[in-house]
Every structure is written in C-alpha cells, then in structure tokens.
Design a protein around this ligand. Structure first.
Ligand SMILES: C[S@@+](CC[C@H](N)C(=O)[O-])C[C@H]1O[C@@H](n2cnc3c(N)ncnc32)[C@H](O)[C@@H]1O
Length: 223
C-alpha cells in the first residue's frame, strides 16, 4: 500500500481537476445509468481527483470520497469547492472502519486492481444498504482467443475515440508519463474468469461485463 500511496501522491502533484478524456471517464455515463436518480448516501472508493464523486454529488445528498493518497485528496478537495455535499476522507478501504449498511451506492473506478479482490468485495458488500448498488469499473487481464479478438476491435475503436475527443485530451508532460509508467510497472490485473468466480461467491447475481477499452464493469444490487 505504501508503494501505491507514493505512486499516486507523485501523480497527483502533476494533476489538476480536469483530467481530459480518458478510458475511465469515457464510461462515467454508463456507470451512472446503473444508479437510481436519487441517492441519499454514496461512497466513491479510490476517488482520485474526485471527478466521479462530483458527478455522484449531483444526485446524492451526501458523497464520501475516499482515497489513500494525501495528495490526491488535496486535489479532490480543491476541485470540490461548490460541492458542500462531498466529504473527502483519507484512508485505506481495507483497514478503515467502514460503517455497516450505510451507503445506497458504492462506486469504485480503476482502484480495485490494487487490492485483494475477494476481501475488498466483502468489505464493500457490508457497507452497502439493502437494495443499494455497487458499481465497479476497472482493468482486467485479457485471456484467450476472445481476449485477442476484443483487442483487435479495441485498438481501432480507441484510435477513433481519441480522434473524436482530441479537443479534450490533455497531453501528458514527460513527468506525468514517467510517473504513470513507474506506477504501471507494479500494476497487475486479474482475468475476468477469476473475478467472475470470486463475485459469484461474494456477490451472488453480480453482472460482470467486459467493455471495449480494456475495462470491465461490475454491477450488483444488494438484496
Ligand atoms: C488509478 S486511480 C483512479 C482514481 C479515480 N477513481 C479515477 O477514476 O480517476 C486509483 C486511486 O485509488 C486509490 N487507492 C488505491 N488503493 C487504495 C486503498 N486501499 N484505499 C483507498 N484508495 C486507494 C489511489 O490512491 C488512487 O487515487
């Protein structure tokens, strides 16, 4: 966790509120479509600079934006002025005392691959109210012929999307590229088949769906 915290502290020092278009925020609207129009209490796990937390804040009475990195939260707080319903909290989701059955939505984007999958899903399940929704967007390890085929389609789609969003893409500085490269060296992803097996045990009925641009989405509604 110290390595992850250091990596994101370094990245955050080079980051502002507007991330520009990227493979994560490309799917924000899709995630929002799986959530009810009004939420009392929402949690964003690994909020980073808080872009998704700010979207949640438009439909939630209260949003808790949680992150391990002090520097990410410094940026998230600066970007959340004008959102009195967002609370930014520093903490490790694996050790924090998460209140039981508190949130009617828990979201997490590009974060769970840093964590032991089964244990974090158990923790998030416990913090969700009955009837609440868990939405996860994250990366996964491609496998098999299907994975190769998906890659074959994803590359031209990625290039087309980059062209369509060219005005919104923030060009990375060499320092930003290096910070992400160093972080990427320690990242690793689980195959979808493994995550599906774990989700079947922990979140019966969860839908896990691969998305084109090297991401998957998990949606689960608690009974
Ligand atoms: C790739 S960033 C994604 C940030 C944001 N969700 C987004 O989509 O832009 C992953 C974030 O997860 C945070 N993170 C990693 N492990 C965490 C943990 N155990 N508890 C809380 N946050 C964590 C990191 O500090 C980082 O800000």
């Amino acid at each position: 966790m110290n390595q992850v915290r250091d990596d994101f502290d370094r990245i955050a020092r080079l980051t502002g509120c507007d991330a520009g278009w990227n493979h994560n925020n490309h799917y924000h609207e899709l995630l929002l479509r799986h959530l009810p129009p009004h939420l009392e209490s929402a949690l964003d796990v690994g909020c980073g600079t808080g872009q998704f937390a700010r979207l949640l804040a438009h439909r939630a009475d209260r949003v808790l934006a949680l992150d391990l990195s002090t520097e990410m939260l410094r940026v998230a707080r600066a970007c959340a002025t004008g959102f009195p319903n967002i609370t930014c909290q520093e903490g490790d989701v694996m050790t924090l005392d998460l209140p039981a059955a508190r949130f009617d939505c828990i979201a997490s984007i590009a974060t769970l691959h840093h964590l032991p999958y089964e244990s974090v899903l158990v923790r998030l399940r416990g913090a969700l109210k009955p009837g609440g929704t868990l939405v996860i967007l994250d990366l996964y390890q491609n496998e098999g012929m299907r994975g190769l085929l998906r890659d074959g389609i994803a590359v031209p789609v990625h290039l087309a999307q980059r062209w369509l969003h060219r005005a919104e893409i923030a060009e990375q500085t060499p320092e930003q590229r290096e910070a992400w490269r160093l972080h990427g060296d320690t990242d690793h992803y689980l195959p979808l088949s493994v995550m599906r097996r774990i989700a079947e045990r922990v979140l019966p009925g969860a839908q896990i769906r691969p998305l084109l641009m090297w991401r998957y989405m998990l949606v689960w509604r608690s009974a």
